[in-house]
Design a protein around this ligand. Structure first.
Ligand SMILES: Cc1ncc(COP(=O)(O)O)c(C=O)c1O
Length: 475
């Protein structure tokens, strides 16, 4: 390994991160792809390779210039983690040795880190019923889980498990036509995708009525359930948002869990963003009752400082993880003979990255308490921002935030969806701030995700000022 080149790349990244943190670089410098391709000299380097080290370093430097600068405290955009300064080390190790962790014998250290972190997650939920975090073998009757590449694959995996319970023959025979899934229409689009990919079709989703904040009305769950039965359907699963992607608000998990237990229904909690509330001390009230779920998904690359992608799929009982994909591959699946544990039989991927290592690393860099405090602090900051906006008559803020996501509208110049869109583009094209926008309650809102640990109320007050200034330019 050429350590001189690595050191030089490390210095470029370090300089880039330092500049981003001190607001000296843009939050986003978004040029057309043709310009970026030219500046990166893609064709030239593709054809003949980097001719000298200076070409490689120049490429890295230009590449960093054309990125979304997540370490800038004015990055308030998407639900992607702002990694810690040394987060890249597991990626460097993995990129150097390429030990996929889905088969124990292909990557014993990575698979072990995964097993350890899954046990820690099960413990956070209140599900750990093995001996301790070093109890790695999958066993029927014990809770279990695995890591996969992202929340979308994770939801698909969990719904496949739910299907195997209500329709065990579906894997071989295809789907019966009477399966439905209940949840809020604000469920992440990956749920609808999973239903279509599983062959159940989008129509299998029965939306439950929501309140003015798009949160499930528990009394309507009963009604929709009755409706499904009178339509001759069987409920495969009930899905809770924890939290909803647009608003960051949580469905009533505890009450939904009780409902599912009463009716013997599979309960799936989509905790892609919000399951990390379990790590906080103040935030964990939002996921009260999560242990009543049968399956949970939990992204580490959102609120746990882990570079994308890294998502856990967790089951209350291993038997359901085992039955989700009913396949045998002679060259890989021989669970009883291996020294350690293979996650390959249970994941959609065959080969997967050393996901457990980077999840473990994020905690090893700072300790569990620090990650918990980080989650609590981001949730609290969203509430402070809400209080500020609420006092300003130019803004409408529809709800008290429950996580680190908040939607709001600038109304001084009209109640107009198009205006909010133009306002966001105008703001992000100034490069100092990066925020998103979304539809909420059939209206267009500006949206922040307060995920950068260095963002403070001062940055948010500056954001309010910048929004007002851009708004006047649009008149
Ligand atoms: C509630 C929810 N579920 C699932 C997903 C999909 O996760 P991923 O982006 O990791 O595929 C998201 C993404 O934002 C989400 O918010």
């Amino acid at each position: 390994m050429n350590t001189e080149v690595l050191n030089a790349v490390g210095e470029l990244i370090d300089t880039h991160i330092k500049a981003s943190k001190s607001l000296n670089s843009p939050a986003l410098n978004q040029l057309a792809p043709e310009i970026i391709a030219e500046e990166l000299k893609l064709k030239e380097h593709f054809d003949s390779g980097f001719k000298q080290t200076s070409d490689l370093l120049h490429f890295v430097s230009v590449y960093l210039d054309h990125t979304n600068h997540l370490s800038n405290p004015n990055f308030m955009g998407h639900q992607v983690a702002v990694p810690q300064d040394l987060s890249a080390i597991p990626e460097l190790i993995h990129g150097s040795i390429n030990n996929p962790s889905s088969l124990y014998e292909m990557g014993p250290a990575g698979a072990t880190c995964e097993g350890f972190m899954i046990n820690w997650m099960l413990d956070k939920i209140g599900w750990l019923n093995g001996r301790d975090y070093y109890d790695f073998k999958f066993k029927t009757g014990l809770a279990s889980g695995f890591l996969t590449h992202g929340g979308s694959l994770a939801n698909l995996s969990a719904l496949a498990a739910a299907r195997s319970v209500i329709a065990p023959n579906a894997w071989v025979e295809g789907n019966p036509t009477d399966l439905v899934v209940l949840g809020a229409a604000s469920a992440h689009y990956s749920i609808a995708r999973a239903l279509s990919l599983l062959g159940l079709g989008k129509k299998a989703f029965y939306p439950v009525a929501v309140d003015k904040n798009e949160v499930i009305l528990i009394e309507d769950l009963e009604k929709v359930y009755e409706q499904a039965l009178s339509d001759g359907k069987r409920v495969m699963c009930v899905v809770a948002n924890a939290c909803a992607t647009s608003s960051g608000l949580f469905d009533p998990i505890d009450a939904m869990g009780d409902f599912c237990q009463t009716h013997g229904l599979w309960f799936h909690v989509d905790g892609a963003h919000g399951a990390s509330a379990l790590v906080g001390t103040k935030s964990k009230k939002y996921v009260k009752g999560i242990e009543k779920a049968d399956s949970i998904i939990w992204d580490a690359h959102k609120m746990m400082r882990v570079p994308s992608l890294c998502t856990a799929v967790l089951f209350k009982d291993f038997i359901h993880q085992a039955n989700a994909f009913q396949q045998k591959g002679s060259y890989v699946f021989h669970d009883n003979d291996v020294v350690g544990m293979d996650s390959m039989p249970y994941t959609i991927e065959c080969t997967k990255s050393a996901l457990g290592t980077k999840l473990f690393w994020s905690f090893a860099l700072e300790g569990e308490r620090a990650i918990g405090d980080y989650v609590d602090s981001r949730f609290a900051l969203a509430k402070e921002f809400y209080d500020c906006l609420k006092q300003d008559e130019d803004f409408e803020v529809p709800y008290v935030p429950e996580s680190n996501i908040l939607c709001f509208r600038y109304l001084k110049h009209g109640d107009d969806d198009d205006f909010q869109k133009r306002l966001r583009y105008s703001l992000i094209n100034q490069k100092a701030f990066y925020i998103t926008s979304c539809e909420f309650n059939s209206k267009r809102y500006l949206r922040v995700v307060l995920i950068n640990p260095d963002t403070t109320l001062t940055h948010l007050i500056a954001l309010i000022k910048a929004i007002k200034s851009e708004a006047t330019k649009l008149l």
